[in-house]
Design a protein around this ligand. Sequence first.
Ligand code: 1GP
Length: 250
Amino acid sequence: LLTTLRNHKLAGYKTCAILLDPDKVEQNALIDLLSQTQRHPVDFFLVGGSLVTNYAHKEVIATIRQYSTTPVVLFPGNPLHIEPTADAILFLSLISGRNPEFLIGQHVIAAPLLKQSGLEILPTGYMVVDSGAPTTVSYVSGTMPLPYDKPAVAACTAMAGEMLGLQLMYLDAGSGARRPVSAEMITAVRAAVDTPIVVGGGINSGEKAYHALKAGADLVVVGNGVEQNPDLLPELSTVVREFNQSAVRA
Ligand code: 1GP
């Protein structure tokens, strides 16, 4: 998947992913969503969240496999969320924070399990961005998010992450964020690094997805938006497709 993401980035081809939170997703709603993705495809499913109270990763992935061939990527909050039936895992180092547990500590615990799992490892610089209200990820990780209006801080953080060898950068305003990551910040990070850039948190309309892609995101992640509004999936899929078509024409 990393090679695919890199090639897409080089070709200027944009992608989108739906984040499924095993705590929230209900079996029938998931089946409906999966059948909708036959008509309105997405590129990846992300499964996980920073705090999972109902560990149903395996069941959620089994249902996805039953109805879809779209790759499944784990978005873990801790090593308990490793599920070898997925295709890959975002191996997240929380580089916006200064909590050693989320920079390297949990990774040491997870490493032998991951080595055995057969999962593709996607080394990811994870940057949580202030969205105007405390988010679960900030609270659970005990870290301060990047200031919303300091694109240069995000750019330098991403640069350092890339120099440390991280292969993807994920700018996340947090689940259900009131405001998504700003276009200015995405553009600054885009200019600072060559890695593919993932952007998520609070993207609950096609328009917001468009702005993130236009600013330089390679992959947009939508979670709550799709759960709350069934019309968003077709909209999202159309935005990404049209974006790619206009890029080809240009
Ligand atoms: C959160 O980026 C994801 O980690 C998705 O957020 O649920 O707000 O779309 P939303």
